[in-house]
Design a protein around this ligand. Structure first.
Ligand code: TYD
Ligand code: MG
Length: 463
């Protein structure tokens, strides 16, 4: 097979046949890297890819059955995927280093391996003579980051690995050579392959170190090809770092079928899994997990994490109902307002956007007539959640008001956006949020349906 040289921009992925000092696409200097690509054109012109003849199929002949989907073993993750993993598809799991991608996927691999071996055992019982060659080779976990021993050590912490059929059905491979991995996959034909991580994968077919745009693109391309060829599921891990951001997941997101993002504060246990792209399911769905000493736990009732269980009156605390994907859940917002010693009072928000906080404080000062201008204000969202939903505006304002005036409103649920004129605005899916609040026994719901302005709300709760 002949090969040709191509120059790819490390920043934006622009592909050029000739070297240039400056990328014409994104304007970055000195970012083009030489990559060698094997040339299959001669073969393609004769109507073959490898051994397979190229032939178009009739639409009516193509079968896609929903029942082919299989569960990841996590219902929170299946929901995000739109009903489970799809054979022949490639998903990218992106996230900050250390957020829990390897842990989540090792658990997933163990869960699928345990189901698989049980199914195989039943099959073997039925048919004791013909032993399926793939009896114990259904899930392959490839790590370019950790040795097999390190993976074993991690697995020992996980509850799933206590199940003996899970650990016997899972194959580990600790190498980072893309082409060697594809060979192994071709031989084993596993049902699921995890590649951890794409930034560590490297091939001798092209120049460039692991993690460079060329290597990342080549690796992903090869894994996508093998997934489609064998109709198996591949999950690729991609780290997102400030510098590596573009070299990793950004370049890949248009190549893969599904992009999942795992996020959370590293020091709180809450992890949120989102789908940013999904060819087979809904967008913006979320799954909620918590990182524990024994791996990732699914959180089916997020309130447990985001609500303070105290039923005592506590000034400075209020509830709001936030929307994540199609789910609504209650979150506690806490605020502390104290007289400031500084000419420039401090405004510290964790889990709320600091510019949004400034804006809401200005509205409280002007329209709520609260003396916030000489107070230090701290706002915190329980559970380490990030509130970007504008419906939390009223909750944030009420929490600040409550702390400032020492008036407890901790059983109230504030659900409204606040405009610059101090008016309350209706928010998306209000009914769904109200339902969630009522389900948990909160009946004092404050929204734009009953009150027109922030002032009215403040007047009402001060009574
Ligand atoms: P990891 O899955 O290695 O992150 P990533 O692959 O995204 O880089 O997660 C590493 C962190 O998770 C590390 O700080 C240790 C912690 N951890 C737990 O809290 N519980 C566990 O059961 C495991 C295996 C790890
Ligand atoms: Mg990892």
């Amino acid at each position: 097979m002949k090969s040709s040289i191509s120059y790819v921009c490390e920043v934006c992925g622009y592909d050029s046949p000739a070297f240039m000092g400056k990328c014409p696409e994104c304007g970055t200097w000195n970012s083009l890297r030489e990559i060698k690509v094997s040339n299959q054109n001669a073969q393609l012109r004769q109507g073959f890819v490898g051994q397979a003849k190229i032939e178009p199929k009739r639409l009516s002949e193509i079968k896609f059955e929903e029942k082919n989907r299989f569960s990841s073993g996590f219902s929170e993750m299946d929901g995000v995927l739109g009903g489970g993993l799809v054979p022949g598809s490639v998903a990218l799991l992106a996230g900050d280093p250390g957020i829990g991608k390897s842990t989540l996927l090792l658990q997933l691999a163990l869960q699928i391996a345990s189901k698989q071996t049980t199914a195989n055992r039943l099959q073997q019982k039925r048919d004791a003579v013909v032993r399926s060659p793939s009896a114990v080779s259904e899930v392959l976990y490839v790590s370019g980051e950790e040795s097999e021993q390190q993976i074993k050590l991690r697995a020992n912490r996980l509850k799933t690995s206590k199940n003996p059929s899970a650990s016997s059905g899972l194959l580990l491979l600790s190498i980072s050579n893309t082409d060697a991995i594809v060979d192994v996959i071709d031989k084993l034909k596993p049902k699921l392959v995890v590649i951890d991580s794409i930034q560590t994968m490297e091939s001798e077919n092209l120049t460039g170190l692991s993690g460079s745009v060329g290597q990342v693109r080549y690796g992903a391309g090869e894994f996508i090809k093998v997934a489609k060829r064998l109709n198996i599921t591949v999950i690729i891990v991609g780290h997102v770092t400030k510098e590596g951001m573009v070299a990793g997941p950004m370049v890949l997101s248009h190549m893969v079928d599904t992009v999942l993002f795992l996020e959370g504060e590293k020091f709180t246990g809450v992890r949120i899994l989102r789908s940013l792209k999904n060819r087979f399911g809904p967008l913006d769905e979320v799954g909620i997990f918590s990182m524990t000493g024994g791996g990732m736990n699914e959180v089916k009732n997020p309130e447990a994490l985001f609500l303070n269980s105290s039923k005592e009156p506590a000034p400075g605390s209020v509830l709001t109902a936030t929307l994540e994907g199609s789910r609504a859940f209650l979150v506690e917002v806490q605020a502390l307002a104290v007289f400031s010693k500084f000419p420039m009072p401090r405004r510290v928000g964790s889990g709320v956007d600091s510019r949004r906080l400034e804006l809401l404080l200005a509205v409280l000062q002007k329209h709520g007539r609260l003396p916030v201008e000489n107070m230090d204000i701290y706002v915190n969202v329980a559970g380490g959640l990030k509130l970007s939903d504008p419906a939390a505006d009223l909750g944030i304002c009420l929490a600040i008001f409550s702390s400032l005036k020492s008036i407890p409103v901790n059983k109230a649920v504030g659900i409204a956006e606040i405009g610059l004129l101090g008016e309350l605005r209706a928010v998306a899916d209000f009914a769904k949020r109200v339902k969630e609040a009522r389900k948990l026994g909160f009946t004092n719901i404050i929204g734009a349906d009953k009150f027109k302005t922030l002032n009215e709300v403040i007047g009402n709760v001060s009574k």
